[in-house]
Design a binder for this molecule. Sequence first.
Ligand code: FEO
Length: 402
Amino acid sequence: MSEVFKARRITDNVYWVGAVDWSIRDFHGYLTSRGTTYNAFLVMGEKTTLIDAVKKPFGEELLARIASVVEPERIDYVVSNHAEPDHTGALPYVLERVKPEKVFASKMGAKALAEHYGLDGVTAVENGGKLDIGGLTLSFMETRMLHWPDSMFTILEEERLLFSQDAFGMHLAGLELFADEIERSVLECEGAKYYANILTPYSKLVAALLAKVKAAGLAFDVVAPDHGPIYRTPEDIEWVLGAYERWAAQRPAPRAAVVYDSMWGSTDRMARAIAEGLTASGVEAKVMALGACHRSDVATEVLESGALVVGSPTLNNNLFPTVADVMSYLKGLKFSNLVGAAFGSYGWSGESVKQVAALLDEMGVEQAAPPLAVKYVPAEADLKACRELGSKVAKALLERTG
Ligand code: FEO
């Protein structure tokens, strides 16, 4: 038995047995500046039950933590709430070692585990189904497409404890297990970043799920996601549910993200002038040069904004590569309720600004001003036009925010 990696008790019947990934910085394209955790939980009914697993390199750590409570071979059931490899990568190895009586997942989860790992014989649970684990009851709620087809919640009824897989999670490494042990500003920052980069495309489903939970009169004393801290105080649970309601609604805020890259400083000067116009007209502007800002930080800023203004120089008749990258990423996240505009400098052909404008159209961003292209270096009159563009975007945004 490991004297180092131990389980941590989180309630009367539940232990945290997950792993801390201190050094991960790239989570499928998302900059995880503070690392992450892969949370897994051991529920001590008469049938010992493991909820979720960890990423492949952390299988031994998971087993060591389990062994500090119970011999891993004594696990009877495993429940997999979400098939993505950060929660199942170690599962085949763990199952080989543990040989549980049964593995449970949603219908789509059973299919996904077979397709990922060739795991046959996973028992599919029904939405609303219950599992008696001897003195304790687990119930299951499908949360399809939040954020994979297989995703589901498991509720430990006797403790009103929600195992919420990715939902309400955040990428934040640490040995502080609970949200009340962490600065609220850190939770706000990492929670918003997680929502922006993982859940934004499914915002309508998030809103519908929160309404369904409310209508069913479900209330929780503990919310335990698969990443980041566990919520155990009424204040923290209220905070995270409220934040999800707000982010899912995507109500426009009087803030603007000015996102761009620059070859020789001209598009940069335009961005700065646009920000002056936005600010002078009452909208907080954040200037985000893509040489300095990661795409996932841009997404977080857009979640908290009502305007997206994008600039690109023309390179070889095309968008600058970093701008193409961020536009592709933001388009996939399907933000809504944004106003914006396109801008940029060019040398002779100048296609990029029209390309940015077309992409903003495809993203459903209402353009408050025609695309603004400047040849070579912006003169004072050009910078004035940039400032006016900022003012027009601000005016259109403030009409929406009231
Ligand atoms: Fe944390 Fe969707 O996996």
